[in-house]
Write a new protein. Structure first.
Length: 437
């Protein structure tokens, strides 16, 4: 068996590395030559736990990395994992996927084999049927379901757990017609991900499952953040105890109830905006989805208001941001809440100092010399008027009175309650904790 993966971002590089490390002949394709040459040498283009190790193992076995799309020739399965970025109006931009699908169609035209094309990229309901399928059929001059298979296969992996989630996802969703291709795909996944439930449905439903999944996660986060904000007005309340208790109700579940500065990252907000836009277009008012996004955006403003309440005008104040990645154990800063906060603070002419164990390089790519990059937490706190813990990096656990002793004003906003149990000689505010009295 031979498998091709087109698009070597988080999903594609992880998938091709895992496939090949399990001994399946795999070809990983990306049009970016520079990216390919790095990956081919065993260096992932982003930080992801255990990815380097898995990639190296894969390269020693059966992984070929190339920028030549023609390498999909004679593959049994062709996974398409290219990005579907967000347009200004929230809609998704299909230009990458359309270009790739057009070329794949032209290659299938000359191919004797009957490959199965699986779309992992996140696309709104109807895209497979109305956009991807016609492009493939037109360019290949062949019929889907007869000459090649076409299956929606949405991805649910989380960054920082990408390898683990690829080996054992919570579900495999396969959307499309119930043909021999679907049978072959089902058989493949039942071997690749043994004991993982497989849901077989049509294209539109598979596409909608992805959006339903991500929008339910954001709803949980905005819900707990709203409760956390109410808690802050009730002396001595603790959001983590509340989350632990309600999380034990099996109807609620304990995951994604970690209150904080809001959800970030390249997926959740993008998918929310796409679903809101889609919903508007089909004449359904997305009241709940809009509220979830609004709560998310307000979290940053709440942090700024808290700072202004204690410090007054923020102009020329030195503010320390601890954590710029969109979550721990990643160097990814795309749509990170910290980056959005920094941008807002810069408009107020604040002096920003940041520290992050992994994401400084990517943060520098955004802000250049406009902000200061500290080498340690203690350096970052030197002369600061306020420290904001945005991301729960393990390193922040060791923060104590000694680390804050050179702060200009000992004022801490702890969005992740990292220091909640410590006795600090500082004005301490935490998201979701009522003032101690
Ligand atoms: C998210 C989904 O979790 C994946 O299932 C999905 O496949 C992926 O998007 C995607 O569509 O590509 P990811 O972007 O890696 O995965 O990040 P998450 O772990 O979901 O975290 C997103 C944001 O929510 C982060 O800023 C995180 O700090 C925040 N979050 C998460 C909370 O504030 N509280 C929580 O309890 C959980």
């Amino acid at each position: 068996m031979k498998i091709a993966v087109i698009g070597l971002g988080f999903v594609g590089l992880t998938l091709s590395s895992v496939l090949a490390s399990k001994g399946i002949t795999t070809v990983g394709i990306d049009l970016d030559k520079e990216k390919c040459s790095k990956i081919a040498k065993g260096t992932p283009t982003f930080f992801e736990l255990d990815l380097k190790k898995t990639l190296k193992k894969a390269l020693k076995k059966n992984l070929l990395i190339t920028d030549k799309l023609s390498s999909i020739n004679n593959c049994d399965f062709i996974f398409i994992t290219v990005g579907t970025p967000q347009k200004k109006n929230g809609e998704i931009d299909l230009s990458f996927i359309k270009t790739v699908v057009r070329s794949v169609g032209k290659i299938i035209l000359k191919n004797k084999k009957k490959p199965i094309v699986l779309i992992k990229s996140t696309v709104t309901p109807g895209t497979m049927k109305n956009v991807i399928l016609p492009i493939l059929e037109k360019n290949s001059k062949k019929k889907a379901g007869k000459d090649f298979g076409l299956i929606s296969n949405p991805e649910f992996l989380q960054e920082s757990k990408a390898i683990q989630d690829t080996i054992k996802p919570h579900v495999v969703v396969l959307g499309g017609y119930k043909t021999k291709f679907m049978k072959k795909t089902e058989k493949f996944f039942s071997r690749f991900n043994p004991n993982v439930p497989i849901i077989i449905t049509n294209h539109q439903t598979a596409e909608m499952i992805k959006y339903a999944n991500n929008s339910f996660l954001t709803t949980k986060i905005s819900f707990i953040n709203q409760i956390a904000n109410i808690c802050q007005a009730i002396p001595n309340t603790n959001i983590d105890d509340i989350a632990a208790a309600i999380g034990l109700d099996p109807r609620i579940g304990n995951m994604f109830l970690n209150a904080g500065p809001g959800y970030g990252g390249s997926c959740l907000s993008k998918d929310m905006n796409a679903l809101i836009n889609f919903s508007d277009n089909v004449g359904i008012n997305p009241t709940l989805l809009n509220a979830v996004e609004k709560i998310n955006q307000e979290q940053i403003q709440n942090i700024i208001s808290l700072m202004e309440k204690t410090l007054g005008n923020l102009m020329n104040k030195q503010i320390t941001i601890l954590g710029t990645a969109f979550k721990p154990n990643t160097d990814d800063v795309r749509d990170s809440v910290s980056i959005a906060l920094i941008k807002k603070l810069m408009k107020k002419k604040v002096k920003i100092v940041v520290y992050d164990p992994k994401a400084i390089k990517n943060t520098k790519n955004i802000f250049g010399e406009k902000i200061v990059y500290a080498k340690s937490v203690t350096d970052a706190l030197d002369k600061s008027h306020c420290a904001i813990i945005m991301v729960y990096w393990k390193q922040f656990d060791s923060l104590n009175n000694n680390s804050i002793k050179y702060m200009n004003k000992k004022f801490i906003i702890d969005c992740r309650r990292v220091l909640a149990k410590k006795v600090l000689d500082a004005e301490y505010h935490a998201i979701g904790l009522g003032q101690k009295i």
